[in-house]
Design a protein around this ligand. Structure first.
Ligand SMILES: Nc1ncnc2c1ncn2[C@@H]1O[C@H](COP(=O)(O)OP(=O)(O)OP(=O)(O)O)[C@@H](O)[C@H]1O
Ligand SMILES: [Mg+2]
Ligand SMILES: [Zn+2]
Length: 245
């Protein structure tokens, strides 16, 4: 009986990842497109996006409220950031109340840049980071290990900046992270529920993350504000309206 013949998945490189080329009688090898595709798939898996946000895309972001100009403005700002990459001079600071689509936009940008441009990007939830930092308190060198991939990522999404209580020691490490990315010229997308104006006695972003970090953010980021209402609540209302006869 003849041996079973395995068809390579990629006929250009026979699954080696390298393609043999020829120009003017000279042969050379170059990275095959399929290898780059696999690399991007791995980057996507390693980016750390929580399952419930994997569906987020820029096309999936609806400008659903005609009374809210910040939706279209935010989407335009994000699209420009993606199109310009890696030339964009600043990262982004997405500010706005609960459920306005900040995490959606940040994740959509990250995923778009990985699949479209092969960018090495990381998603990090701020509260988990604070907890993880606290857990390294007694272990020398552990903070450095924890921070290394976050500092070195081409793009970092730091979600929910300012959430949770932060001790001065943790704040110092957070400043170290933010500042290291700043001096290396690496782009960061921050999202936050806190604003710069403490209306009604609410804490401001500066109150939450210190003036030192807030002032760095001014230099590092273009501010994108989402002022509108809660998409989750709106969707629930739509559903129940449809159910009532
Ligand atoms: N304009 C929009 N179009 C489509 N989906 C949206 C839009 N805005 C929000 N969503 C969806 O609604 C849910 C809540 O949005 P998201 O988590 O991005 O809000 P958020 O601003 O990050 O809120 P929080 O401050 O609570 O973190 C998500 O599932 C997101 O995909
Ligand atoms: Mg969010
Ligand atoms: Zn190939």
């Amino acid at each position: 009986m003849a041996d079973k013949v395995f068809e390579p998945a990629c006929s250009r490189c026979n699954d080696t990842g390298w393609e043999l080329m020829e120009t003017e009688g000279r042969e050379f090898v170059r990275r095959c497109e399929c290898a780059e595709g696999h690399r991007r798939e791995r980057l996507l898996e390693k980016a750390g996006v929580p399952g419930r946000y994997r569906h987020c895309t820029l096309e999936g972001f609806q400008v659903w409220n005609p009374d809210d100009p910040t939706l279209a403005r935010a989407l335009r700002g994000i699209q420009e950031f993606v199109d310009l990459w890696p030339e964009s001079d600043k990262g982004l600071l997405l500010m706005g109340p609960v459920g306005t689509g900040k995490t959606h936009l940040a994740v959509a940008t990250l995923q778009e840049l990985i699949t479209g441009k092969g960018v090495q990007a990381r998603f990090q939830d701020f509260t988990s980071l604070v907890l993880e930092i606290q857990m390294t308190f007694d272990t020398p060198g552990a903070q450095r290990e924890l921070m290394r991939p976050l500092i070195s990522a081409d793009l970092l999404v730091l979600d929910e900046l300012g959430a949770g209580k932060v001790t001065p020691w943790v704040m110092d490490l957070l400043y170290y992270l933010v500042n290291s990315r700043y001096v290396e010229g690496r782009k960061t997308i921050f999202t936050t529920n806190y604003s710069d104006f403490g209306t009604g006695g609410q804490e401001t972003l500066t109150d939450r993350v210190s003036a030192r970090i807030r002032s760095r953010l001014y230099e590092m980021c273009r501010r994108i504000e989402l002022r509108g209402s809660d998409y989750r609540k709106q969707r629930l209302a739509d559903h129940s309206e449809r159910r009532t006869p």
